[in-house]
Design a protein around this ligand. Structure first.
Ligand SMILES: Nc1ncnc2c1ncn2[C@@H]1O[C@H](COP(=O)(O)OP(=O)(O)OP(=O)(O)O)[C@@H](O)[C@H]1O
Ligand SMILES: [Mg+2]
Length: 271
């Protein structure tokens, strides 16, 4: 489990803390979404989870290892995979299989085992058969899935992804979201930073940061069911949720939660 215990962080020379009193956790096989406005501390929290930063106060542990313990840093980075926003920055190989093999090669994994891991990782992100493709010829969404495969080949227990879909078109975005969702079935705990609640409606939990503190820790359903609260947290709700909420207030009997466009149309026809 990745555990933040009353964590504070201040960048050197900064007047205010980027994070303060943050206590959150990510379990194996759990998909946790992290939302919040620009500058609320999401990327800082991500960097603290894989020992790129050490907390100024409090403690961050990964399966019991303290990220402030310098001897544990490499074990922690092996355990916590990291996906950035720009897929271009993450490509290291000239063909896909070389790219995915890079991490395990650095870990000293045996070549036969690397072969197995590369094929499994590409399959897990929907890129089976792409072994010999050149990464720069792939779409942005495929590049991002290649980056996820590269992280998976290290057999991480957790994956933190900082706005992995921000630079993708709708198709690339949907493919990457599907790949991230699939990781739960492989037992990988995922922390997914995004600005879109719509991307993470199926998350096990949603955390919302506001000015460096946790303003919400609950299920996506709780946010969707309380549009006023979501809006207060600066969260953009899916269009159907807003429409359903407005219709309900106008007396139309729309199903609770997040109804589909069809369900809304049906409710309107029956009213
Ligand atoms: N390297 C840095 N040095 C100093 N201050 C920083 C640094 N990086 C971030 N900050 C500050 O820390 C706070 C949190 O920033 P952070 O990047 O974690 O926010 P974020 O939620 O990821 O924002 P965004 O949605 O724009 O990516 C902000 O006030 C930011 O200006
Ligand atoms: Mg950020």
């Amino acid at each position: 489990m990745v555990v933040f215990e009353n964590v504070g962080f201040r960048y050197p020379g900064a007047r205010t803390a980027a994070l303060e009193g943050v206590s959150v956790s990510v379990r194996p096989a759990e998909l946790v979404a992290l939302l919040g406005p620009n500058g609320s501390g999401k990327s800082t929290l991500v960097r603290l989870s894989n020992a790129l930063l050490s907390p100024t106060s409090g403690r961050v542990t990964v399966d019991g290892m303290d990220t402030a313990d310098e001897d544990a840093v490499w074990d922690i980075r092996e355990r916590v995979g990291f996906i950035q926003q720009n897929p271009e920055n993450q490509i290291v190989g000239t063909i896909a299989e070389e790219d995915v093999a890079f991490g395990p090669e650095n870990l000293g994994v045996a070549p036969a085992e690397i072969r197995v891991r590369v094929d499994e990782a590409l399959e897990a992100v929907g890129l089976a058969g792409f072994q010999r493709r050149e990464p720069h010829m792939l779409s942005e969404g495929q590049k991002q899935r290649l980056a996820i495969a590269g992280a998976l080949a290290m057999r991480p227990a957790y994956l933190v992804a900082d706005e992995p879909t921000a630079m993708l078109d709708p198709v690339g975005r949907a493919d990457v979201l599907r790949a991230l969702r699939g990781l739960r079935h492989q037992g990988v705990g995922v922390l997914h930073v995004t600005h879109h609640l719509e991307d993470v409606l199926d998350a096990d939990r949603v955390l919302v940061l506001a000015s460096g503190a946790v303003a919400f820790d609950g299920t996506p359903g709780e946010l969707v069911g309380d549009p006023e609260r979501a809006l207060g947290l600066g969260i953009e709700l899916p269009a159907e949720v807003l429409l359903a909420d407005a219709l309900r207030r106008g007396g139309v009997r729309v199903p609770a939660g997040h109804p589909s466009a069809e369900e809304i149309a049906e409710a309107l026809c029956l009213s």
